[in-house]
Design a protein around this ligand. Structure first.
Ligand code: PGA
Length: 255
């Protein structure tokens, strides 16, 4: 990612239901990205669609889109049924790790940290997801977030921090209506807090350079304001990234 570009990541999750729909949506998104100047788009489809989409991506002009994965395993190879290694993905530029939906299935900070370390070593850029389940008035969620950042990064050496993007996704704001998305002012405050924690673990330079992106009910109406008033470096978009027309609108608004 060029330093000054806004990063918009589309997380397709377990969608769409077949490869031909995936190809259609992807081609339509590519068209929408042609005129973008200031935005880097990353689309993270299910693993099995990656190579088909990659062929389309390299075949069509406009390089505003990069493909990424939604997860990976930390070992290089071996008897790990159902898993995929970072090396197997290294044609892809980005990998989402520690998404709340994976954490809900039992993935711990320690597991996420092993994946982050392994992804960094093979040269993938990690979109590390963090976020609290709920906000309380006493600020306990801040302790939770702090712990999640520290433990999910594990003891990742400072040199790898150039490959880390922190995706702040409060669970209470994911998959909701537009009005339930986080307010830009709160996004801003939380991003400052995340930078404080990064300063505590590493230093200020790291804290300044690690991009922070927001996810949770982002759409074409609220995206621009989140970037401007939230003062963040990008967005992680779920549902809206599966609708090429609306996602295209979002991208233009952000750009
Ligand atoms: P949403 O999902 O945009 O549909 O709320 C975001 C996410 O889970 O990454």
């Amino acid at each position: 990612m060029k330093k000054n570009k806004i990063l918009v990541v589309g997380n397709w999750k377990m969608n769409p239901e077949n490869v031909s729909s995936a190809l259609t949506i992807f081609k339509d998104i590519k068209k929408e990205t042609k005129a973008l100047k200031n935005t880097q788009v990353v689309i993270c489809p299910p693993y099995v669609y990656l190579s088909d989409l990659e062929k389309v991506n390299s075949g069509l002009a406009s390089s505003a889109v990069i493909l990424g994965a939604q997860d990976m395993f930390w070992e290089k190879s071996g008897s790990y049924t159902g898993e995929i290694s970072g090396g197997m993905l290294s044609g892809e530029g980005y990998v989402i790790l520690g998404h709340s939906e994976r954490r809900e299935l039992g993935e711990t900070d320690e597991v996420v940290a092993k994946k982050v370390s392994s992804a960094s070593k093979v040269g993938l850029k990690t979109i590390l997801c963090i976020g609290e389940k709920e906000r309380d008035l006493h600020g306990d969620y801040l302790h939770f977030l702090r712990g999640q950042i520290i433990n999910s990064l594990g003891k990742l050496p400072k040199r790898f921090l150039t490959k880390i993007i922190i995706a702040y996704e409060p669970l209470w704001a994911i998959g909701k209506g537009e009005e339930e998305a986080m307010k830009p002012g709160d996004i801003y405050e939380t991003s400052i807090f995340i930078k404080k924690v990064l300063t505590e673990i590493y230093d200020q330079k790291v804290a300044i350079t690690v991009p922070i992106i927001y996810g949770g009910s982002v759409n074409h109406n609220n995206a621009r304001e989140m970037i401007i008033s939230g003062q963040i470096q990008g967005l992680l978009v779920g549902r809206e990234s599966l609708n090429a027309r609306k996602f295209g609108e979002l991208l233009k608004n952000v750009d």
